[in-house]
Design a protein around this ligand. Structure first.
Ligand SMILES: Nc1nc2c(ncn2[C@@H]2O[C@H](COP(=O)(O)OP(=O)(O)OP(=O)(O)O)[C@@H](O)[C@H]2O)c(=O)[nH]1
Length: 312
């Protein structure tokens, strides 16, 4: 929000991925230029990609593809980056999808946000609300984390800032009851989109999943297709722990899209690749900074190019 508004989205993406691309440019690209590409260089590439958290399966395929493109050839820096970007993009292109609640023809379009505390769930919801209200949509934010007053307050600030309406209940109230009433009201009052935050931590994992499933069940009483989207928010800075979180939520909570936040806070943004591949749900949005415009639609090709330090 303090950023210059004129900065283009690709520039924001590149800035956000600067730590990761610096790591890749310094450790990986330097070792692949000038000499004809041989097996020793490919082994080093494999090692570096594993260190960047790309995971063994994707790393194997990226190295193989890079080998096909460049083996025996002498490459300059640009050629190395182009070949790497192409190899990474081949991994991600099948895992990309769009999030556009206003284009779906469903009203109100109900979006549930799930993920552990601190993953960026509330901020992501707030940024989406701001984007939708700016487009003229009538938006309701529902504070489904009824146990934490701080979470509710944070959401309320986002609602005020974005001009969205806000539904909440006192500490400890049943979130499913709140979701049901809010959705009923949103239908009666012709809202375009309902954004429902949920708790990220209860006494234990099964209590958390039970609560999420209960919310889903009551929404389905109103419309069997609701929630129309369930976004799992994952924090890139936790590295491969994001994979474990995907396993827990992805299995239990009918996730339909992944949001990966805080890619600007890590040098291992490559972790997005194994997460995207492990999940049944596609990647829809990424967070590359604190500003509203730093929440971007996931573009596999642009991400791959930025990750290896290409500037367009
Ligand atoms: N740098 C950076 N910070 C982010 C990004 N997304 C979210 N954050 C920050 O991450 C912190 C945690 O985000 P929250 O939205 O509070 O996380 P949450 O998952 O809702 O967590 P609780 O509110 O604790 O349940 C906040 O300080 C956000 O500003 C991002 O893409 N980049």
């Amino acid at each position: 929000m303090n950023d210059t508004p004129k900065k283009g989205w690709f520039q924001r993406l590149s800035d956000g991925l600067a730590r990761s691309s610096k790591q890749i440019t310094e450790t990986v690209v330097g070792g692949l230029v000038k000499e004809p590409l041989d097996q020793a260089a490919l082994d080093r590439l494999e090692e570096h990609l594993l260190e960047s958290d790309l995971g063994p399966a994707a790393t194997d395929r990226i190295v193989a593809r890079f080998r096909d493109l460049r083996f025996g050839k002498v490459s300059d820096e640009r050629e190395v980056k182009e070949a790497l970007a192409e190899a990474v993009a081949a991994e991600l292109l099948p895992r990309q999808a769009t999030f556009d609640p206003l284009a779906e023809g469903i009203k109100p379009y109900v979006v549930l946000f799930v993920g552990v505390n601190g993953s960026g769930k509330t901020t992501t919801l707030g940024k989406i609300a701001a984007d939708l209200t700016a487009k003229g949509a009538k938006v309701m934010i529902v504070a489904g984390d009824t146990f934490r007053a701080a979470a509710r307050e944070q959401l309320k600030v986002w609602a005020e800032r974005s001009g969205a309406d806000f539904e909440s209940r006192r500490d400890g109230a049943d979130p499913a009851g709140l979701a049901f009433d809010a959705y009923t009201k949103a239908r009666a009052e012709n809202y375009d989109v309902v954004l429902i935050d949920t708790a990220g931590r209860l006494q234990n994992k099964s209590a958390l999943m039970d609560e999420l499933l209960k919310i889903v069940r009551v929404l389905k009483k109103i419309d069997p297709d609701a929630p129309h989207e369930t976004l799992l928010v994952l924090d890139a800075t936790v590295g491969r722990n994001a994979l474990a979180q995907e396993q827990i939520f992805g299995r239990a909570a009918y996730v339909s899209g992944i949001v990966m936040t805080k890619l600007d806070g890590t040098a291992r943004g490559g972790v997005l690749v194994p997460v995207a591949q492990a999940s049944d749900a596609p990647l829809k949005l990424i967070g590359v900074g604190e500003g509203i415009e730093d929440l971007q639609p996931f573009d596999a090709r642009a991400f791959s190019r930025s990750l290896v330090g290409l500037e367009d």
